[in-house]
Design a protein around this ligand. Sequence first.
Ligand SMILES: Nc1nc2c(ncn2[C@@H]2O[C@H](COP(=O)(O)OP(=O)(O)O)[C@@H](O)[C@H]2O)c(=O)[nH]1
Ligand SMILES: [Mg+2]
Length: 311
Amino acid sequence: MFPDARPDDPTVTAMRARELGRKSVVVGDRVGLVGDTSGAPGALARIVRIAERRSVLRRTAEDDATTAEGRLERVVVANADQLVIVSALADPPPRTGFIDRCLVAAYDADIEPLLCLTKADLAGPEAVLGYYTELELPYVLIRPDSDLAALRALLAGRVSVMVGHSGVGKSTLVNRLVPEAGRAVGTVSAIGRGRHTSTSAVALRLPPQPDADGDPGWIIDTPGVRSFGLAHVSADSLLHGFPDLVEGTVDCPANCQHTAEEADCALDAWVAAGKADPRRLASYRRLLASRSGEGDPREPERNPGDPLAGS
Ligand SMILES: Nc1nc2c(ncn2[C@@H]2O[C@H](COP(=O)(O)OP(=O)(O)O)[C@@H](O)[C@H]2O)c(=O)[nH]1
Ligand SMILES: [Mg+2]
């Protein structure tokens, strides 16, 4: 399923071979196959090898943080190049805490972020973009009637993973990008919220465009992925999601944890001097706190200042 795959390559059905042991195969994995790889009806190949992963995105089962198993982080997608963070500008309102968490996951996994702001017909992007002015964060605006050429250009030649809250318009967008995908579009349902929601990700090949040469790329939809686990990410790595704050830590004492409790953390002075937006520091500290199990587990992704915050 990769850029070197040609559009007319067959789709092969394969099962895990026993010699893989407990290793799981995830969407995006490059695998070694044996057996019938013809793609003919009824043909079944076996996956005997998983290639080393260039990048790995993990999710946390946040809906069950009380058990060890629930806190397990699972790899959901391997070898992605780009993380498309889908956020509606209204209905539901954007949550910069969620976007920040995705940015940390992207930088940690060495995947490039792309902010995809949907429902631009309902609200303007100024507030969200204002929050990210210090970052060179690429973004696209999507309206129901908007031309998708800019987005297609950013997806071309790469494997992109799409993530976003329920109702932000992911399925609508995937259906516009890949009309034959037939992803279910709807409002939030009980099924979409349960613990037993399917978390399987699906890779879709983008169709070739008449006016563009080369590989149009792949998009991976992650319907059940509500967020990314950051428990494995150190405080310093977490900071990479906040490049506007990095320079501010130069004057921190050794081993500074950058929390609000650190009396000598230099980030407070950095923000006070106007070098970064105080909301960004607050968001970074909320992520730090959420990793250690502090903070409000019900609203870990809503920052003060977001529309409807606190309501
Ligand atoms: N106004 C407006 N509504 C949209 C847009 N994109 C999607 N929607 C609507 O938002 C709702 C949720 O869309 P859906 O694609 O199912 O979201 P998903 O849960 O992220 O897959 C549906 O009623 C869509 O018709 C948009 O750009 N503008
Ligand atoms: Mg959907």
